[in-house]
Write a protein that binds this ligand. Sequence first.
Ligand SMILES: CC(=O)N[C@H]1[C@@H](OP(=O)(O)OP(=O)(O)OC[C@H]2O[C@@H](n3ccc(=O)[nH]c3=O)[C@H](O)[C@@H]2O)O[C@H](CO)[C@@H](O)[C@@H]1O
Length: 342
Amino acid sequence: MKGRVVITGGGTGGHLKVAKAFIDEFYKRGTPAIFIGSTSGQDRTWFENDRKLKKAIFLDTKGVVNKNILGKVSSLFKIAKEVNHCLNIFDTADVQTVISVGGFSAAPATFASILSYGCKLYIHEQNSKMGKLNELTSKFATEVFSSYLEKSKVKDYPVSSEFFDNARVREKIETIIFLGGSQGAVAINNYALSIAKKLDDLSINIIHQTGKNDFQRVKQEYEKLGINADVFDFTDDISKKMSKADFAISRSGASTLWELSANALPALFIPYPYAAKDHQYYNAKFLKDKKLCFICREKNLTSQVIDKILTCDVNSISRGLVDSINCDAIESLVDIIIENNQ
Ligand SMILES: CC(=O)N[C@H]1[C@@H](OP(=O)(O)OP(=O)(O)OC[C@H]2O[C@@H](n3ccc(=O)[nH]c3=O)[C@H](O)[C@@H]2O)O[C@H](CO)[C@@H](O)[C@@H]1O
């Protein structure tokens, strides 16, 4: 393969999980990549000490969306400055391939790839609706990959192998896992607490990821209820927790949704109501149209919802999930990129 590969993007766990899949695959093939992320968000925590990288670089990049005019101008100014920084990095390290996994962290390296002669840009869009940056830059990309795009050469999501390794077909609901995405979700936490007694009375075990900010409160509420739930704020071993469960009640961020599918774990998705273009709803609708999940809007959550879930046929959904997802997406994605750049 010609030149060095840069993987860029981040901000939240969903984008970073896909970046990690690319990083691991290029390392496996003996061509470790450079990661370019932001000093804001979670990028540094994920990759600062990743041995599988040639180098990790964190730039002073901030998001532009949901800011007032002054905030937008300041963010755009920072991005412009960092584009120049990236062009220097590309020159020094002979970068000829940039893979963007989206999020504001990807802006400088993505724009630099467009300005850099001979450099090819690849975009991996995780969600059903394109993010702003990908929308703006996709016309300059050699390939845009997405599970939701008809013309995408690879539609399977790059889920890490551990989710497939721990997959099993579910027979009945004995354990439920509550998941709020990388930051946790207060609405899901509250719903879990409101139905915890009912689940406990039915001898259903509870696993619950709360997010950092709500951990203490949720843990104390379970204690007050006298329920022995497995409560944690965030874990690096989420695939193990998923595999212990027979049903998930979860946000429908792209990474979680496909990980649950890879694990053959049926789910009720509660889309984040403020996600851009309502993309979390459409992420899940794709599965619902195939009768492979349930969706409930946050505002419609009631105790009747869980009653319906408890009588559903988890076995047929779980079997349907096993048949619907492949485990070799990351290999296929990297094969195409390498073939194009010989
Ligand atoms: C509020 C918002 O805009 N969220 C977006 C954000 O979601 P966010 O990053 O919250 O959600 P995702 O589901 O995509 O990713 C979360 C990731 O964190 C991991 N995890 C979670 C909990 C834990 O304890 N341990 C752990 O490792 C999950 O396994 C998953 O890989 O980026 C996603 C991908 O672009 C989008 O679909 C979401 O809409």
